[in-house]
Design a protein around this ligand. Structure first.
Ligand SMILES: NC(=O)c1ccc[n+]([C@@H]2O[C@H](COP(=O)([O-])OP(=O)(O)OC[C@H]3O[C@@H](n4cnc5c(N)ncnc54)[C@H](OP(=O)(O)O)[C@@H]3O)[C@@H](O)[C@H]2O)c1
Length: 233
C-alpha cells in the first residue's frame, strides 16, 4: 500500500514497539493517531494522541469517531497495546488474568470492529496484530498470556479470510523477546541488550504494510539471533 498522506491508528504508543512503529509510519508521511492511556513525548505535526483505553469499547468507539471527523477514515490499524503477567495459573489473581484478556484479545476485537467498516468504504486497509512467540508455543507460568496470544493468532488468521475480498489485509506479528518496558510487570525477567530492538520489529511491520496490493504477508515471526549474547569463537 502507498502510505503517504493516509491515516493510521496505532494502539499503545507511549513506549516500546508501538512508539517505534509510530516513528516508522511518520517517516513514510502518514498521519498517525496514537491511541493509549499515556501520551508519548513526540513532537511531530502529523502525530495526534487520543487518550484511549482499548479494553473499553465505548472509549474505542468514541475515539474512532473523533479520528474520522478530524482526519478521515484510517487505512491502517496497528493493534499493538498489550501486557503480560507471569505466574502459575492456579495462583494468578483474577484481575491480572482479566486485564490480559480484556486488553490483548478484547482490545483487538473492539479496535478492528470499529475500523473495518471504514476500510470497506475505502476499498483498502491493513490491520496488523502484535501477537508473540507466546502465540505459537506454550511457556511455563505464562498460560494466561499465551492464551491471549494464541487467540490473537486465531483471530488474525480467520479475519484475513473474512475481509480479503474487501481489499483488506490482516498480518500477525510474532516477536520474541524485545527490549521494552514489557518486562516491568514480570518478576525475575528483565529486559536486556540481548533482546531485539523495538525499532527492528517496527521495520518488519512497515515492510508488510508497503507490499504490492496482491501480496499479503500473513505471519511474521522474529527472534534475537543471540538471545544469550554473541558467542565467543
Ligand atoms: N517486549 C516483548 O518481549 C514482546 C514480545 C512479543 C510480543 N510483545 C507484544 O508487543 C506489544 C507491545 O509491547 P511492548 O513490548 O512494546 O511493551 P511496553 O513497552 O510495555 O508497551 C506496551 C504499550 O501498551 C499500552 N497499553 C497497555 N494496556 C493498554 C490499554 N488497556 N489501552 C491502551 N494502551 C495500553 C501501554 O500503555 P501505558 O504506557 O499507558 O501503560 C504501552 O504503550 C504487546 O502486545 C506485547 O504483548 C512484546
Amino acid at each position: 500500500m502507498e502510505l503517504k498522506g493516509k491515516v493510521a491508528i496505532v494502539t499503545g504508543v507511549s513506549k516500546g514497539i508501538g512508539l517505534e512503529t509510530v516513528k516508522a509510519l511518520l517517516n513514510e508521511g502518514m498521519i498517525v493517531v496514537g491511541w493509549g492511556r499515556t501520551s508519548p513525548s513526540l513532537d511531530n505535526t502529523d502525530f495526534h494522541f487520543v487518550k484511549t483505553d482499548v479494553s473499553d469499547f465505548e472509549n474505542v468507539r468514541d475515539s474512532y469517531e473523533r479520528v474520522t471527523t478530524e482526519f478521515g477514515k484510517p487505512s491502517v490499524l496497528i493493534n499493538n497495546a498489550g501486557l503480560g503477567y507471569m505466574g502459575m495459573l492456579h495462583e494468578m489473581p483474577l484481575d491480572e488474568w482479566h486485564a490480559m484478556f480484556n486488553t490483548n484479545v478484547n482490545g483487538i476485537y473492539y479496535c478492528s470492529k470499529v475500523a473495518i467498516p471504514g476500510m470497506i468504504d475505502l476499498e483498502e486497509g491493513h490491520i496488523v496484530n502484535i501477537a508473540s512467540i507466546a502465540g505459537i508455543t506454550g511457556i511455563e507460568k505464562m498460560s494466561g498470556y499465551c492464551g491471549t496470544k494464541f487467540a490473537v493468532r486465531g483471530i488474525s488468521h480467520s479475519l484475513f479470510k473474512e475481509v480479503r475480498n474487501f481489499g483488506i489485509k490482516v498480518t500477525c506479528i510474532y516477536p520474541g523477546s524485545t527490549n521494552t518496558n514489557f518486562f516491568d510487570e514480570i518478576s525475575g525477567w528483565d529486559a536486556n541488550e540481548n533482546m531485539m530492538r523495538p525499532e527492528d520489529v517496527a521495520s518488519s511491520i512497515l515492510h508488510s504494510l508497503k507490499t504490492h496490493p496482491n501480496y499479503h504477508v500473513v505471519d511474521v515471526e522474529m527472534r534475537p539471533l543471540w538471545p544469550k549474547g554473541k558467542p565467543n569463537k
